[in-house]
Ligand binder design. Structure first.
Ligand SMILES: Nc1nc2c(ncn2[C@@H]2O[C@H](COP(=O)(O)OP(=O)(O)O)[C@@H](O)[C@H]2O)c(=O)[nH]1
Ligand SMILES: [Mg+2]
Length: 224
């Protein structure tokens, strides 16, 4: 019996829905940013800090993916953001259909920025286009400096790399130059920002980058 090309069909449906999501986001002038990382690198913390700095400037919606629990959405609501939790009950990535289903429950034009926290995993999420405007890979100093070369797809498909937990650098055998060389080996022109959600270091640069993304989506000039 011939094998069904299931993988291709599933990906094909995902890509069609991602294109439809992208069209809806563009129509609503909604900037969608997909955050990828391993578990615990600080995605939710970064969004909490982002809320403090940006929630009065832009109307922000979060779609948060986790295997189980509503914990991250609760954290982000407590930080003052509107947040939808997707629980995948085992699936290791978000797909475009899950995003479409949740976006259908809101008015996308009522928001300027959609922040999507993907499932903590550096493998599967990189293969699924969600229709996002840009993709961010969040690394952290506690993961070791070799992750870009070990998980190249996550880095190759990202538009920005955030290296978080830089406050811990004095205590860890993490070689920043080796990490950045690994990032550039995978993607030569990748910008890398250093952040600490604990001390606040680098968060201004991160918010300026996000601000630029929102402005670009809205067709507004960036701040000089
Ligand atoms: N020292 C330090 N800890 C951090 C930083 N960012 C996040 N954390 C901690 O790392 C853990 C995981 O953070 P979380 O935001 O839940 O990561 P997520 O799984 O990627 O969403 C929590 O205990 C955070 O307090 C940081 O910049 N520095
Ligand atoms: Mg989280």
């Amino acid at each position: 019996m011939a094998k069904l090309p299931l993988g291709r069909n599933v990906r094909g449906r995902n890509d069609e829905t991602a294109a439809e999501n992208r069209r809806r986001f563009a129509e609503a002038r909604l900037c969608a940013v997909n955050l990828l990382s391993s578990p615990g690198s600080g995605k939710t913390s970064l969004l909490e800090r982002t809320a403090e700095r940006m929630k009065d400037r832009w109307r922000i919606l979060v779609i948060d993916g986790d295997v189980e629990t509503e914990r991250d959405a609760q954290r982000l609501r407590a930080a003052g953001l509107e947040a939808i939790q997707i629980q995948t009950h085992g699936a290791c990535h978000l797909n475009a259909m899950m995003i479409a289903e949740q976006v259908a429950t809101v008015d996308p034009a009522a928001f300027d920025l959609l922040l999507i926290e993907n499932i903590g995993n550096l493998v599967c999420p990189s293969n699924y286009d969600l229709g996002e405007s840009s993709r961010v890979v969040v690394a952290s100093t506690t993961e070791g400096d070799d992750k870009p070369i070990k998980y190249p797809e996550a880095y190759h498909t990202a538009d920005l790399c955030v290296l978080n937990k830089v406050d811990l650098l004095p205590y860890l055998p993490f070689d920043v130059a080796a990490f950045e060389a690994g990032v550039r080996r995978v993607k030569a022109d990748m910008p890398v920002l250093h952040t600490s959600c604990t001390t606040g270091a680098g968060l201004e640069a991160w918010c300026a980058w996000l601000d630029g993304q929102v402005r670009a989506t809205r067709g507004e000039p960036g701040k000089s």
